[in-house]
Design a protein around this ligand. Structure first.
Ligand SMILES: NC(=O)c1ccc[n+]([C@@H]2O[C@H](COP(=O)([O-])OP(=O)(O)OC[C@H]3O[C@@H](n4cnc5c(N)ncnc54)[C@H](OP(=O)(O)O)[C@@H]3O)[C@@H](O)[C@H]2O)c1
Length: 258
């Protein structure tokens, strides 16, 4: 199968105001893609659109708001009448003991990391069905394969997105819509500063955090090649394999290091 071309690919991308989403938007626009991008912060989106006039349309808003999701899909329908790639990248984190957290933390994390991408994918189905080699790229995490303590809501939301991705890949195969699950390890972005709560006060981002450009390029390569999964880092892949082959050792390791 030839590589999926980026040129003239019609793309809807969430969480484009910083981090991995901003890097994905830059790479895809530079490669000749046509994009609608969203996030809550207006200014970074407008700067992004200004750097790629005619190629990037910014529609700021909150992906947890059903009216905003409908507006995004309506804009894609008006602009293209079809969609080749939906990138569900917007995501948030929360750190701290599950037992002490207010139940609203679990709801908030799931609204952004699971319900929003799930409903965008459902809503985008008719447009994707009319697309060229259409795909959904769900930006998940290595923690969607092996959960760790102190990020329980986040891990659970990414496991849910993993499960939905596998189910939809099989369910939508006959419609020709592919689903790619991208699972980065710790990445150098605003993610930890933007966490909705951190009751631990720990330093989460080590020196080995991956650059966002690397995550973006590897994710795009996986989608272009028609892969179903991209782990991005070798340490992430190792952790997942260790968990499959020797789960009790993986349990001991994550209980110790978190
Ligand atoms: N950084 C890591 O270590 C890491 C590792 C594995 C996976 N990931 C995943 O990678 C994805 C991108 O995260 P990142 O690392 O690039 O962090 P980031 O720099 O904080 O980017 C998150 C993006 O999501 C947007 N966003 C958050 N809530 C939103 C909402 N309700 N509506 C619309 N947009 C929203 C943010 O924009 P606004 O604030 O402007 O709305 C921002 O553009 C996430 O799904 C995350 O779970 C990150």
């Amino acid at each position: 199968m030839p590589l999926r071309p980026i040129t003239d690919c019609r793309i809807l991308l969430t969480g484009a105001s910083s981090g991995i989403g901003a890097a994905l938007a830059e790479e895809l626009a530079a490669g000749g893609g046509d994009l609608i991008v969203t996030a809550r912060r207006h200014e970074p989106l407008e700067r992004l659109a200004a750097r790629h006039p005619g190629r990037v349309e910014a529609i700021p808003g909150d992906v947890t708001d059903p009216a905003h999701r409908a507006a995004l899909l309506e804009a894609a329908g008006r602009r293209w009448g079809a969609l080749d790639l939906l990138v569900n990248n917007a995501g948030i984190g929360a750190m701290g003991a599950f037992v002490d957290a207010d139940p609203s933390r679990l709801r908030k994390v799931f609204e952004t990391n699971f319900f929003a991408p799930a409903e965008l994918a459902r809503g985008a189905f008719p447009l994707l069905s009319a697309g060229r080699r259409p795909a959904v790229m769900n930006v998940s995490s290595v923690l969607a394969h092996r959960a760790v303590p102190w990020k329980s809501e986040y891990c659970a939301s990414k496991f849910a997105l993993h499960g939905l991705s596998d189910a939809l890949r099989a369910e939508w195969k006959r419609s020709g819509i592919d689903v790619v699950l991208v699972s980065p390890s710790t990445t150098d972005s605003e993610f930890f500063d933007a966490a909705i709560e951190d009751t631990m006060g720990r330093r989460w981002k080590g020196r080995r955090a991956m650059p966002t450009t690397r995550v973006a390029r590897e994710s795009i390569r996986a989608w272009q090649r028609g892969r179903h999964e991209a782990f991005v880092s070798r340490s992430g892949r190792l952790l997942v394999w260790l968990d499959r082959l020797w789960p009790s050792l993986a349990d001991r390791m994550v209980a110790r290091y978190g």
